[in-house]
Design a protein around this ligand. Structure first.
Ligand SMILES: [Fe+2]
Ligand SMILES: [Fe+2]
Length: 396
């Protein structure tokens, strides 16, 4: 039976393990100590293209020459031979998890939503989360396509980014499907990102990081450029997908645990499974960029990252308070503060920084390995068959 592994289990990412095994950092109590940059005026970021020469199309590529950023010696159109096996592995895992929202039955949700069995506070929790996720997913997709992709000069990492971009489109599709199924006001849901302050705060926070990289003058050809790029990756992979989504996961899965709104709950389980891989890829990406460009990991950058995480935790607590102001489903602001701080610590550790909050996990069920018992049923009840090559039909 398939297992749904939740990221909170602190699964070490491949690059993070390499990072530690390569002895890049002295460790104290198992936590890598911050590292001072050396020779900050000698950007090894340019190691691949140090000669300034572009790749020679007449030569076969050497995988050892591959770099995640600023690679000018390897034809980025050539996937094989692989260098970053972790990127390919995340790509394969993403493909293995493929799902479509329309395959999840919504009838029970529709009946419950139309009944009087949900109170106003519970409806608000659901609506707020639909509002946040519906546009949040697009922001992540846009950041991949418009900001990140261009600067990643490695084909296996790009292969994963293409897969992830499609998954974000599927997630956005999910919210369209839910809104249609429940007969909700689509304009209300899809406009919450600038009409509801607690959602707007989170979205603006990450959108500013996209704008930094979207600047036409932006490049990763300097230490500052790579640092800005890494801050974008932290903002999206670690904060948006690794912190900002998690209060929502807890809220919606709390309904699911009570056997209510099970269609939405199931969809959130599949999104959570996808997001776990997105986060793991992001952590591997960040840690490998650090390995290849150690001079960027200055005390100042580390301080900036702590500040970003701290700010994000506060935005997330404001969001949780707005969703459950008087407590709903046994959830309240205090529990979410603890939870958000707990996952923020886990994220910090995975990028080689120290935990700062020391909070306990108030929702241990989120960190368990969960049998996705419905998976079998999920595929048995699918209403849409994917077209296989043998069944393709072309319109004239
Ligand atoms: Fe997503
Ligand atoms: Fe994602």
């Amino acid at each position: 039976m398939s297992k749904l592994i939740f990221e909170d289990e602190d699964v070490k990412s491949h690059a993070n393990m390499d990072y530690i095994q390569n002895g890049g950092h002295a460790q104290q109590n198992g936590i890598p100590a911050p590292v001072e940059a050396e020779n900050a005026d000698m950007p090894s970021a340019l190691c691949c293209g140090a000669t300034g020469e572009a790749y020679d199309l007449t030569k076969r590529i050497n995988p050892e020459d591959k770099r995640l950023l600023n690679c000018r010696q390897v034809d980025v159109n050539q996937l094989m031979p692989l260098k970053y096996e972790w990127a390919w592995e995340h790509y394969l895992n993403g493909c293995a998890n493929h799902w479509m929202p329309t395959e999840v039955p919504m009838q029970r949700d529709i009946e419950l939503w139309r009944s009087n069995a949900l109170n106003e506070a519970e409806r608000k929790v659901i609506l707020r989360n639909l509002g946040f996720f519906s546009t949040g997913e697009s922001l992540v997709g846009n950041n991949i396509v418009l900001a990140i992709f261009k600067h990643i000069t490695n084909s296996e990492a790009r292969q994963y980014l293409l897969r992830q971009a499609f998954e974000e489109a599927i997630h956005t599709h999910t919210f369209h499907y839910i809104v249609e199924s429940l007969g909700l006001n689509a304009r209300e849901v899809f406009n919450m990102y600038h009409e509801v302050a607690s959602i707007e705060g989170k979205d603006k926070f990450v959108m500013e990081l996209t704008e930094d990289v979207l600047d036409p003058n932006f490049t990763t050809q300097s230490i500052e450029g790579i640092q800005k790029f890494v801050k974008n990756l932290i903002g999206f992979y670690v904060i948006m997908e690794g912190i900002f989504f998690y209060s929502g996961f807890v809220m919606i899965l709390s309904f699911h645990r009570q056997n209510r709104m099970t269609g939405i709950g199931e969809q959130f389980q599949y999104i959570l499974r996808d997001e776990t891989i997105h986060l793991n890829f992001g952590i591997d990406l960040i840690n490998t960029i650090k390995l290849e460009n150690p001079e960027i990991w200055t005390t100042e950058l580390q301080r900036d990252i702590y500040d970003l995480i701290h700010e994000a935790v506060e935005y997330e607590v404001i969001y949780a308070r707005d969703c459950v102001p008087d407590g709903v489903l046994g959830l309240n602001e205090d529990l979410f503060r603890e939870y958000v701080q707990f996952i923020a610590d886990r994220r910090l550790e995975r990028i080689g920084l120290q935990a700062v909050y020391g909070s306990k996990n108030p929702f241990p069920w989120m960190g368990e390995t969960i049998d996705i018992a419905k998976e079998k049923n999920f595929f048995e009840t699918r209403v849409t068959d994917y077209q296989s090559a043998g069944s393709l039909q072309w319109d004239d």
